[in-house]
Unconditional design. Structure first.
Length: 501
């Protein structure tokens, strides 16, 4: 059991079923590799000998993995004291790790399907500091009851000055209709391409790649090239849409956002792999209303937390601080207000528009990007073959209007303002972001003005913070307006530099 004593009072071990979990996971990996390995060995050895060698290798692999994890279980123990959480592990090189309880900012629980069947979870305890592995302890695995006890014990703090006008308990639950936003993400075309690549890879493993290519070519032998490309693209996109729907269901099924009495926002989600992610409200410095282009076109957005102390692992996890998946924008605004304990969300404040010179900069950059491949094809067409001139024309017809549309949209998205205790910045077209950052969370300002911006009377002001992405920028503001915005947002922080200028 997970409460077995370590080497002294208060010490506990992780659950002994970790050995079984490792053995079963390794067996699954071995089973997945068995087919291509057997096929590869069958040629020189024959199928009977190949199967025998594969079974022997799989048994050895599973045994070694289980033995290694047994040693890890025997040599791993943890203790939760009044002031510190300690973790000791290792056989030859013993590692002793310790976190001060007052610095702990997150206790996240994760359980893949096998752990869920066995009633276990992986507990990740983090301080939210930027020191990589030294800022986190991982207990893998313990019982679910033990994981919940640790989470409550380590995060049970009262938020001073909490408003009684905003409720504790459940803030949002899954609405199955939100699944309609899944195919509108950029994951769909990426998954479609991955599916096509996966088919080719698997066919190569079994030595049938040439047959797959010939079969596909036979299906389109009488079809014009353009229609062949269209049909294959539609098929890949359909596979991508199916994959995006499946990925959304796995990630967000059973979703629930709640505020616990101790001052912690908790997100629970996951169909097969369950996840419980916690964000302390005292870490919270604002929210980011994110609207990818496809989702924005149908009036939806997601909410990300801007919180202090993102570790490197948390930054790599794009959804680690997502409080609300893509949902109707009105609902997203209401949830943002609840999360911030505000009567209305600052992300909905009226923004100050940026000068027309900012539009010109976006148009010029977009046209330069769109024209670059066109000009290259024109040059090669003149030197090599006239066919490239026609492809250049096709690219120009498609890319130039698209570039202009995105540039104009990016300009319309620009904006900034002050709303109560928050500074608000908005930018982006393909991924539009409206960030509401508490003024108290700003630790500095960066003012940038290139030669071209100076000529146009523009500059960019960036609020630096220890929260979220670390920097939130009002791009291409009017020079005087941008400086006034920064000076008013945090009085006294920028004035000394303005006086010297």
């Amino acid at each position: 059991m997970s409460t077995a004593a370590g080497s002294g009072p208060g010490w506990r071990r992780i659950h002994p079923r970790t050995v079984l979990v490792t053995a079963l996971v390794t067996a699954g990996v071995a089973a997945g590799a068995a087919v291509p390995v057997t096929v590869a060995l069958a040629g020189p050895l024959g199928y009977a000998a190949a199967v025998g060698w594969v079974l022997a290798g799989a048994t050895l692999l599973i045994g070694c993995a289980a033995a290694g994890d047994y040693v890890r279980w025997r040599r791993t123990r943890y203790r939760v004291g009044g002031e510190r959480v300690d973790l000791h592990t290792g056989l030859l090189l013993v590692k002793r790790r310790s976190l001060a309880r007052e610095r702990i900012r997150s206790v996240d629980l994760t359980a893949h399907p096998l752990l869920r069947v066995l009633g276990l979870v992986t507990v990740r305890i983090g301080t939210g500091e930027h020191t990589g592995g030294d800022s986190t302890l991982e207990l893998d695995p313990v019982t679910r009851a033990e994981g919940e006890r640790l989470r409550r014990d380590l995060l049970d703090r009262v938020v001073p000055g909490s408003s009684a006008t905003h409720r504790d308990g459940e803030l949002a639950t899954l609405d199955p209709r939100w699944i309609r936003y899944a195919p509108l993400s950029f994951a769909a075309p990426l998954l479609g391409g991955a599916a096509a690549g996966g088919v080719m890879q698997v066919s190569d493993w079994v030595g049938a790649q040439a047959e797959v290519i010939h079969w596909t070519a036979d299906r389109f032998r009488e079809t014009p090239l353009v229609w062949t490309i269209v049909v294959l693209a539609v098929a890949a996109l359909a596979a991508g849409v199916t994959g995006a729907l499946g990925l959304w269901i796995e990630m967000w099924w059973n979703y629930r956002l709640e505020r616990e009495p101790g001052g912690t926002l908790r997100v629970r989600r996951g169909l097969f792999t369950s996840r419980s992610l916690s964000v302390e409200e005292r870490r919270l410095r604002g929210v980011d209303l994110v609207e990818p282009l496809g989702v924005r076109l149908v009036g939806a957005a997601r909410i990300d937390a801007i919180a202090t102390g993102l570790t490197k692992d948390e930054k790599r996890g794009a959804d680690h601080h997502t409080l609300l998946p893509a949902a109707p924008r009105a609902l997203a605004g209401a949830i943002a207000a609840e999360v911030l304990r505000e009567p209305v969300t600052p992300t909905g404040a009226t923004l100050t528009a940026h000068p027309r010179a900012a539009r010109g900069r976006r148009l010029r950059r977009a046209l330069a990007v769109a024209l670059a491949p066109v000009l290259v094809q024109v040059l090669l067409g003149v030197l090599l073959t006239p066919v490239l001139l026609w492809t250049a024309l096709g690219c120009a017809v498609v890319l130039l209007p698209l570039a202009v549309a995105l540039a104009l949209d990016a300009y319309r998205s620009l904006g900034h303002t002050l709303s109560g205790g928050y500074l608000v910045t908005r930018s982006g077209s393909v991924r539009r972001s409206t960030a509401a950052l508490r003024r108290s969370g700003v630790i500095g300002w960066t003012v940038k003005q290139s030669v071209f911006q100076r000529r146009a009377g523009l500059l960019s002001v960036t609020a630096t913070t220890a929260a979220g992405g670390g920097a939130y920028t009002a791009h291409d503001t009017d020079a005087s307006e941008g400086l006034a915005f920064a000076a008013d947002a945090v009085p006294g922080l920028l004035e000394p530099f303005l006086e010297r200028g």
